[in-house]
Design a protein around this ligand. Structure first.
Ligand code: XMP
Length: 525
């Protein structure tokens, strides 16, 4: 593999991802890995990521200098560039002017790394410290107006580094540089595909699990479904998938999940019907956070009740499988603390294991981004409706009913939501046919109905009605951090409105939410 040493960069996993996109296997490892450990992993090359620290800060992450003695090609970006300079005898200094965003890079001489890229090009910078003197044996290969040593290389030892970030899309020719490094400089071959990932993950799971039993909380979402499908291939019925039905899912969903995992995949599937217990707990509860707390707490209660009862040869279940993906880790750990990648494991503590209960964790997707998880799901034979399922909050429809949840309101929302999904699925398909891209421009990322806690007057037939409105929410986004309301064609909006009012009893009005995030959030609660 190509090892990416993570110095706490936002972009660490993105680098590994870019390398994998070029069909070379790559993994992220913590930056404090020792030279011996690196040797054991037998990598073909090393990439040093960026990071938030200053090389001279007290707790700045450092690197085992022995790694530079292994005879391996090394490529460093940003902090990786600076730490390479500092470790190999060059100098890094603070500067008064930082450089953030696009910058014009000028080539100073021939460079194996920048081969086949223009002499002047736009690169993406994000730094304040800078290398002020390259180590012995290095040549400076490019500069910007602010940064005299924007890149340097020692072709003999095959050490290369850049102050800018070739891994981000804003660096015009970053992809070419990465290709130069992998294929020209390291002489690697393209030999990695999703096929291999599935096989590799299956082998890993078998090895880790041995004869023991595994339990998985299956939500029906993409991530846990892919773990279930992997588990099915790896260990079959040694894995129990527990599907907790809280009664807050969308129309048809519980049936679909059950169908897929009882007929298409060979796992032990348990459908826990907890609808009534949730309904009782949520009765009269209005506050959104209170709803979330109740639903979350009850979820683990239900799950552990099943988990602790399952036994295997008289022994408790040993492993808990989870569909944690890389962005989850970032969100719960590294980003908040600004710490390096090793702090990422802290999210494990978020699972409230009851007293005396212990599971070893299996998280086969923790190095993947969502679209890689989808590709893996397709490879494993999961149906499209699961692989391309839009994000759906754990607390389900409870946070799309403003005010107290009741069976009647759930019924109204479910029916209205089904219409919204049907019409917008069709809209997305039309866009997909036109653009050839599933999440291309104009396609809607997340869409659903919201039921507010008000009524309004209307007229249907010759009768006055006093009934509920439905609010339509449809947004474009790539990561849910920011979102814009979707500029849907009027025909689509019109069809959704007339269908909902005609087909869902108790609804006499449809409104469209045209607020972006921020200032609003995607959900209403
Ligand atoms: P907001 O409403 O914060 O939502 O803009 C961002 C994304 O997160 C989803 N979401 C949740 N997911 N539990 C979840 O698993 C929750 O409590 C929750 N609240 C919001 C939301 O659907 C959107 O995709």
């Amino acid at each position: 593999p190509v090892l990416v040493l993570d110095f706490g960069a936002q972009y660490g996993q993105l680098i590994a991802r870019r390398v994998r996109d070029l069909q070379v296997y790559s993994e992220l490892v913590p930056c404090d890995i020792s030279a011996d450990e690196v040797r054991e992993l037998n990598p073909a090359a090393i990439i040093l990521s960026g990071g938030p620290a200053s090389v001279y800060a007290e707790d700045a992450p450092s690197i085992d200098a022995g790694i530079f003695e292994l005879g391996l090609p090394v490529l460093g970006f940003c902090y990786g560039h600076q730490i390479m300079a500092a470790t190999l005898g060059g100098e890094v200094s603070h500067s008064d002017v930082g450089e953030y965003g696009p910058a014009t890079l000028t080539r100073e001489r021939d460079s194996a790394l920048m081969n086949a890229t223009p002499l002047e090009q736009t690169v993406w910078m994000s730094h304040r410290d800078a290398v002020s003197q390259a180590p012995e044996g290095f040549m400076v290969t490019s500069s910007t107006s602010v940064c005299p040593i924007a890149s340097m290389e020692d072709p003999t030892r095959r050490f290369f580094s850049t102050q800018f970030h070739p891994e981000v899309a804003h660096t015009e020719h970053g992809g070419q540089m990465l290709e130069n490094f992998l294929f020209e400089i390291c002489g690697l071959e393209k030999n990695w595909s999703m096929d291999d990932v599935a096989e590799r993950k299956v082998a890993d799971i078998r090895k880790q699990v041995g004869e023991d039993r595994v339990i998985l909380a299956l939500s029906g979402g993409v991530d846990s479904s892919v773990v279930a499908a992997l588990g099915a291939r790896a260990i079959g019925r040694q894995m129990t998938c527990v599907f907790i039905n809280h009664g807050l899912l969308r129309k048809g969903e519980p049936e679909q999940v059950e169908e897929v995992f009882t007929t298409q995949f060979d796992v032990d599937f348990i459908h826990v019907h907890a609808e009534d217990r949730y309904a009782a707990l949520l009765d009269g509860v209005v506050d959104p956070e209170e709803k979330r707390r109740i639903i979350g707490t009850q979820f683990w209660k239900e799950f552990f009740a099943v988990a602790t009862e399952l036994e295997h040869d008289g022994r408790p279940v040993r492993f808990l499988a989870q569909g944690t993906i890389y962005p989850d880790i970032i969100e719960s750990g590294a980003r908040k603390t600004g710490g390096k990648a090793s702090t990422i494991k802290s999210h494990h503590n978020l699972i409230p294991f009851p007293e005396g209960v212990h599971f070893d964790l299996i998280e086969p997707l923790d190095h993947f981004f969502k679209d890689e998880v989808r590709a893996l799901g397709r490879e494993l034979g999961l149906p499209e409706h699961i692989v391309y399922r839009q994000p759906f909050p754990g607390p389900g429809l409870a946070i799309r009913i403003i005010g107290a949840v009741s069976p009647e309101k759930l019924e109204i929302l479910r029916e209205a939501d089904a219409i919204v999904r049907e019409e917008l699925d069709a809209h997305n398909k039309r866009v997909f046919r036109q653009t050839g891209e599933r999440s291309g421009a104009g396609s809607v990322w997340q869409y659903f109905a919201v039921l507010p806690d008000i009524k309004s007057v209307g007229v249907m037939g010759d009768e006055r009605t006093y009934a509920r409105p439905i609010i339509l929410r449809a947004v474009e986004s790539s990561d849910a951090m920011t979102a814009d309301w979707a500029k849907l064609p009027y025909e689509v909006l019109g069809r959704i409105s007339s269908r909902i009012v005609a087909e869902v009893p108790g609804v006499n009005r449809v409104a469209y939410d045209i607020t972006s995030k921020p200032p609003a959030t995607i959900e209403w609660e």
